[in-house]
Design a protein around this ligand. Structure first.
Ligand SMILES: C[S@@+](CC[C@H](N)C(=O)[O-])C[C@H]1O[C@@H](n2cnc3c(N)ncnc32)[C@H](O)[C@@H]1O
Length: 222
């Protein structure tokens, strides 16, 4: 249970991409050299596409690393837009700032260092998008915090929701991270104020559209 998508298909999809921004390529090389887990260009493009399709101007990222996913959202929000970058590691935050500045996107990004589940409490929102990519055991908490901070018509986007296929393991064989991801998926599909789909791209991306009270199914409890 490693790759969700067949390697040849992944490679084919990768070659269709035309986004060859030199700074982005450098960031991808940096991630590959250090085996740092970034969302990669296929999921990055999906994030940019979803953000642009709803005219997103304000994005909160939970777990931004050295700023690769931030680059894609910063492209999407445009001049005057904002992406809040959060990471528990101050060094990652500083590195992200240098990459984002190098890419000419500096004015669009605000940096916070700390536990994203605490930092987000300072931000009532509403955001157009909350993106979740923190430690997986914290996904259920992150979902609850994000749900109340995304506007109707906005999205919660969450990476790694198929978790190398471990989501299909029986509960007795799941570790804390896998339990976090499976709980997230259950909650995201069960929430009456979210319309959720998991795209089986790379490691699985959940797209959760925040819907209005009027659109809620009255038979649902949550
Ligand atoms: C998978 S990496 C993020 C990659 C980034 N989204 C990208 O695609 O470029 C996860 C990052 O989240 C950070 N992290 C994990 N749990 C966190 C938490 N609870 N609060 C803040 N940052 C967290 C880690 O330090 C790490 O840099």
């Amino acid at each position: 249970m490693e790759h969700i998508v067949d390697d040849d298909i992944e490679s084919y999809l990768g070659h269709l991409q035309r986004t060859r921004d030199p700074v982005l390529l450098e960031m991808e090389a940096r991630a590959a050299a250090s085996k740092f887990p970034i969302i990669g260009p296929l999921v990055g493009r999906l994030c940019q596409q979803v953000a642009q399709s709803i005219g997103a101007r304000d994005v909160f990222e939970m777990g931004s690393g050295f700023g690769y996913s931030t680059w894609w959202f910063a492209q999407a929000v445009g001049p005057g837009g904002r992406v809040v970058h959060t990471d528990g590691d101050a060094k990652k935050s500083a590195e992200a700032k240098s990459w984002i500045d190098k890419a000419g996107l500096g004015p669009r990004v605000h940096y916070e260092v700390g536990d994203a589940c605490e930092v987000i409490k300072k931000y009532p929102g509403p955001f157009d998008i909350v993106f979740i990519d923190i430690d997986k055991h914290a996904y259920p908490d992150a979902l609850e915090l994000a749900r109340s901070r995304v506007r109707v018509g906005g999205y919660i986007i969450c990476d790694n929701t198929l978790w190398s296929g471990k989501v299909v393991l029986p509960a007795s064989k799941q570790d804390a991270d896998t339990r976090g991801v499976t709980r997230f998926n259950k909650d995201a599909f069960g929430a009456a104020d979210l319309l959720t789909t998991i795209i089986p791209l790379r490691d699985g991306v959940a797209l959760c559209l925040k819907i209005s009270a009027a659109a809620r199914d009255p038979k649902r409890k949550r």
